[in-house]
Design a protein around this ligand. Structure first.
Ligand code: TXA
Ligand code: MG
Length: 344
């Protein structure tokens, strides 16, 4: 397939919108990561997204809308929590899981009776949804399992020739995917951590918000088992997307956790040792507490290191239990396949 390369100019977005309306696939920038979009109400188009990504088809997609009021097309009941979320966080990097209307195809929601919805904070994304005249289902625009794409070139590297068009815009401002918040359970529950944290959602809703226990479990097991080796299959996460091998670079990857000076020293030691044996080693070590920058850079760093064909990536863990650093650690641990050592 010949992939059409488009800009964010409105005449190009109009071409892309035509493709979406006809059931085709278009990659486009959002403020979090690039998405691979299809008409969310067209089951065949959505099936083609799974195909292009090589993604298991029980993994549900996020449906993107351009006006908050369009959520009424997708869900039958607007609770006061939903309204408060929309008022406080949309457009923005927060996805909500709500009860779905029968019109939303099972293909889009992976057969669940709920649907994930978000209004992105990105002009090209909003233009595309508006001109398409339909909600757009979009997972991240990468091959399943590889790091999420935060730059147009990352999308092209994975999907050129597999999709109808790619809209090349700016690098993504946030760099990790949206926070996914389940509003269908008694207590609002974060299924995927992101740049919008439990604390800020609690402030907006005026009530307790929890992290899905499996998210904390993952971190806790790793902390308990200094040898690492925790398998994702040990957890029973509620968000189906959390159970697959995810974000993995081609290189082997090890996360080093502990007090910062010791982490630095251990990374230097392991780097020297490996280089002596002829391995190429890449290091990911963010400034302490620079969580926003870490979120912005993490996936791009993984992809750049793969491009440099390193054999091993050594990454310093971020110490944060519930903020943006926690969201980055969620990705870092998955990328490394929960391969972690602790220095103390
Ligand atoms: O920032 C983002 O959210 C990006 C951009 C493109 O908007 N999209 C994205 O999509 O990350 P994806 O498909 O890579 O991740 C969707 C996540 C998965 O973890 C999936 O399991 C979860 O949302 N999800 C979707 N629908 C759900 C539902 N009905 N119930 C529970 N989890 C759901
Ligand atoms: Mg993804």
């Amino acid at each position: 397939m010949n992939t059409l390369h488009l800009t964010t100019e409105i005449k190009d977005i109009a071409k892309a919108a035509n493709i979406i309306r006809e059931g085709g696939l278009v990659a486009f920038p959002t403020e979090t990561v690039y998405g691979l979009g299809a008409d969310a109400m067209n089951a065949e188009a959505v099936a083609a997204v799974y195909e292009a990504k090589g993604r298991p088809s029980d993994n549900p997609m996020i449906v993107h809308i351009a006006r908050a009021s369009d959520i009424g097309q997708l869900t039958p009941m607007l609770s006061s929590d939903i309204v408060a979320i929309i008022e406080n966080f949309w457009p923005g990097p927060l996805t909500i899981v709500v009860k779905k209307k029968p019109e939303v195809p099972d293909r889009t929601t992976g057969g669940l009776d709920t649907v994930a919805v978000r209004m992105p904070d990105s002009k090209p994304a909003l233009d595309l949804i508006n001109l398409s005249g339909t909600p757009i289902a979009a997972p991240s625009a990468n091959l399943s399992g590889s790091p999420s794409p935060t730059r147009a070139k990352d999308v092209i590297a994975d999907l050129d020739g597999r999709i109808d068009a790619v809209i090349s815009g700016d690098d993504c401002r946030v760099g990790i995917e949206s926070t996914v918040l389940d509003l269908t359970s008694e207590v609002p529950t974060i299924l995927r951590p992101g740049i919008i944290t439990a604390e800020s959602i609690e402030a907006a809703l005026g009530k307790e918000v929890i992290y899905d226990p499996s998210l904390k479990e993952a971190a806790r097991h790793v902390a308990l088992d200094p040898a690492g080796g925790v398998q994702e299959s040990d957890f029973q996460p509620k968000s189906p997307g959390m159970k697959y091998k995810h974000y993995a670079p081609k290189a082997d990857m090890l996360v080093v956790e502990g007090q910062r000076d010791k982490v630095k020293a251990e990374i230097e030691r392991l780097k020297g040792l490996n280089e002596k044996l002829g391995n190429r080693v890449g290091v990911i070590l963010f400034e302490e507490k620079a969580f926003i920058e870490a979120a912005h850079d993490f996936f791009a760093r993984l992809r750049d290191l793969d491009h440099e064909e390193v054999d091993l990536i050594l990454a310093g863990a971020l110490s944060d239990t519930d903020g943006v650093g926690f969201a980055v650690m969620n990705r870092m641990l998955k990328s490394a396949g929960y391969n972690i050592v602790r220095v103390s």
